[in-house]
Design a protein around this ligand. Structure first.
Ligand code: CIR
Length: 261
């Protein structure tokens, strides 16, 4: 008998309404749906190559941003916290994520008036950084802190400037290493970690997804990629240019977690 994969990646296919996605910091540009779908399939293949069992959530053709499943929940070893996305158009995405997570984790939820997008939550060990953004409010961060305190996580809110989510500005690239854009988030908040800064010509280059032995990364940022390679990281570069027009990066398109015992 073949064992089921220990690491799960939840994803959702690119829906037909993606062109009507929410946008905060980018001008709307035409999106080539077929290209976006091909890029997304390559992304899923990359996750498989890094040991993930990819489980697709059901299609949501009328929810333009539903491919960006990261925003629907925060999944930790002990518990999953269902998000309450800051954009009302995205709240209906959470229900199907809850159903998919229920077999794996106890579920808690952010309640009104709290708002929180998963893209604003960066977990490194027992430290949980929460970006206060146009999507995540202080009440959402407070509720997350209360949900996670019994499990020994310290939740630290911090300001995010000029970009959508905290993880547009900083992501983890190893157990104690981060990649960040110091113009968009306070770099000093991460001085306990090994820090790699994005190349100044690549401000959008701080979004990387560390999975097992690899780091999934957009091929649009070659100068920053060289910095990651210089750190000895196994960078898996992908073309995600169509998803980027919807303000999506490599973290946004999956929820990756260990299936558990
Ligand atoms: C939005 O504005 O909500 C989507 N168009 C993009 C969400 C990207 N998600 C993420 O970075 N976690």
């Amino acid at each position: 008998m073949i064992d089921p994969p220990a690491r799960i990646a939840l994803t959702r296919e690119v829906g037909p309404s993606l062109a009507r996605c929410e946008l905060t910091h980018l001008e709307r540009e035409p999106i080539d749906l077929e290209r976006a779908r091909a890029q997304h399939r390559a992304y899923e293949d990359c996750l498989r190559s890094l040991g993930c069992g990819v489980e697709r959530l059901p299609p949501e053709p009328d929810l333009p941003d539903a491919v960006f499943v990261e925003d629907a929940a925060v999944v930790l070893e002990e518990v999953a916290v269902l998000a309450r996305p800051g954009a009302p158009s995205r709240r209906a995405e959470v229900e199907s994520a809850a159903k998919a997570l229920a077999p794996y984790r106890a579920l808690l939820a952010i309640e009104p008036p709290g708002t929180l997008d998963g893209g604003d939550v960066l977990v490194i060990g027992r430290s949980v950084y929460v970006g206060l953004s146009t999507r995540t409010n202080p009440e959402g961060a407070t509720q997350l802190a209360a949900a996670l305190a019994p499990h020994g996580y310290a939740v630290r809110p911090l300001a995010v400037r000029s970009c959508l989510h905290l993880k547009t500005a900083v992501t983890g690239v190893g157990p104690s290493a981060v990649l960040l854009n110091p113009a968009w988030v306070d770099a000093a908040a991460f001085d306990a970690f090994e820090r790699t800064f994005v190349h100044p010509d690549e401000p959008w280059g701080a979004n990387a997804l560390a999975v097992g032995p690899g780091v999934v990364y957009a091929d649009a940022f070659p100068r920053t990629r060289d910095r990651l390679l210089g750190r000895g990281l196994d960078v898996r570069a992908l073309d995600v240019s169509e998803l980027a027009k919807a303000e999506g990066g490599v973290t946004c398109c999956s929820l990756v977690f260990d299936a558990g015992p």
